[in-house]
Ligand binder design. Structure first.
Ligand code: PHE
Length: 354
């Protein structure tokens, strides 16, 4: 039977125990369980308060006051507990390994191909579409390949056409047999040495020359070499192939012009020009063709019989053509770049334009 004393006692015990157990709760879910257990519809304190109605009328006010005080104490404890939990959660989020999924993403840095690489790829793609295979060779080369096998013997004045960077290492004869290749032509000999005709290769790569730099000269630059050797190749094949290439790179309406030129490893040797795409033949005041109407874009020629013999080919059976062009020069023409030194100055303001 409920007496005022036992009820007061009960309210007091519920309050003590409830407040004591509040401390050990670690999250909002546990706090909710605690709330239901004490203050919920069937909670311990709620049931005790309900029993106040069963007391004699004169005992009710005292029990009611005690009950209200207990209820306020529990609600107060609950509020404080929730506040503490919120604070420690905020602290956890602010700590080192926080992950704020509401932050905007960081933009990805997007790279791009260097203008030289873009042109080298365009050139290789054009020739690949005509059946040429892309191969690459060493930038440190033997004199043997860079000069000797290309019909440029030691002490021959034709060597003056290539200002050479030699590797500082002598052989037993006291000569310097290694150099930074001055052109990609040594790959003509390397390729022919390693395979039999038919040969159709395109060779992109870096070259080096002992050069004072200015707007049109760099000491390092790229070349793209081409070589085709087979039974019955003629100068008409050279013209047809290079004409097609010029149209692929500079537009279907381009015309080409061949003029005699000298390179020791071809005979006959030519340089090839395209009609100026900037002024379309108007010439007057054209900065690209310098009023000539023509732009020189590469050297070429029929492979010299001595080069064929040098790699062990039968020059009475096989003939071929070779050509070499400078992608930086092509890029300068195509994009109207006025100084070759821009290419390797690593200035992003220049590079971002392509
Ligand atoms: N290797 C020559 C140069 O660097 C270009 C060339 C290549 C000419 C092939 C003819 C044939 O000037």
């Amino acid at each position: 039977m409920t007496t005022p004393q036992t009820l007061l006692q009960r309210i007091d015990t519920v309050q003590q125990e409830a407040l004591a157990s509040l401390n050990s709760l670690c999250n909002v879910e546990e706090v909710e369980e605690w709330r239901v257990a004490h203050l919920g519809r069937r909670g311990a304190l709620t049931l005790a308060l309900r029993d106040i109605g069963g007391l004699p009328a004169e005992d009710r006010p005292e029990a009611g006051t005690a009950g209200n005080r207990a209820k306020l104490a529990l609600e107060d404890g609950l509020g404080q507990k929730l506040e503490t939990l919120r604070e420690s959660e905020a602290a956890r989020l602010a700590s080192e390994n926080r992950l704020d999924v509401t932050l905007p993403g960081r933009p990805m840095l997007q790279g791009r191909l260097h203008p030289t690489s873009q042109i080298v790829r365009q050139i290789c793609d054009a020739f690949a579409s005509m059946g040429f295979q892309v191969v690459e060779g060493p930038e440190i080369e033997w004199d043997h390949y860079n000069f000797e096998l290309l019909n440029i013997p030691r002490d021959h004045p034709a060597r003056d056409m290539w200002n050479t960077l030699w590797i500082d290492q002598r052989n037993e004869a006291g000569e310097y047999p290694m150099l930074l290749r001055t052109h990609t032509s040594p790959m003509q000999a390397r390729v022919m040495e390693s395979r039999q005709p038919p040969v159709r290769v395109i060779v992109p790569g870096k070259c080096y020359r002992y050069e004072a730099t200015d707007a049109t000269h760099e000491w390092h630059f790229y070349q793209v070499e081409g070589l085709a050797v087979d039974d019955g190749i003629t100068f008409a094949d050279l013209k047809g192939t290079l004409y097609e290439f010029a149209r692929m790179l500079f537009g279907a309406e381009r015309k080409v012009r061949f003029r005699c030129d000298y390179f020791p490893f071809v005979e006959p040797g030519v340089d090839m020009s395209i009609d100026c795409f900037a002024c379309n033949g108007d010439r007057a005041g054209c900065r690209i063709c310098r009023d000539t109407g023509w732009i020189e874009i590469m050297g070429a020629g029929m492979v010299h019989p001595r080069v064929l013999e040098g790699v062990g080919y039968d020059s009475s059976k096989y003939t071929g053509f070779a050509f070499g062009l400078g992608p930086e020069r092509i890029a300068m023409l195509k994009y109207g770049i006025d100084d070759i030194r821009h290419f390797y100055a690593n200035d992003l303001r220049f590079l971002r334009q392509f």
